[in-house]
Design a protein around this ligand. Structure first.
Ligand code: ZN
Length: 68
């Protein structure tokens, strides 16, 4: 058993009024941004994440410790 740290983000953290319950967890911020970009494209029709939204995303990222 070991504790592992993950970066976690929910769509609602970035867009509280968006009503999207998507949550993502990744080992690194780079990986997380990649997953967020994919989700934004598929579900929110954003071909790329605008800089101001990327800043919001980074600000909303939480580090969680998971027991694996
Ligand atoms: Zn979403």
């Amino acid at each position: 058993m070991a504790d592992k740290q993950y970066k976690q983000l929910g769509c609602l953290d970035v867009q509280p009024s968006g009503g999207c319950g998507f949550q993502v967890r990744a080992e690194t911020e780079a990986e997380l941004m990649q997953l967020v970009a994919t989700h934004a494209k598929q579900c929110h029709k954003l071909d790329s994440i605008p800089p101001e939204m990327a800043a919001k995303v980074r600000a909303a990222v939480r580090t969680v410790t998971v027991n694996v």
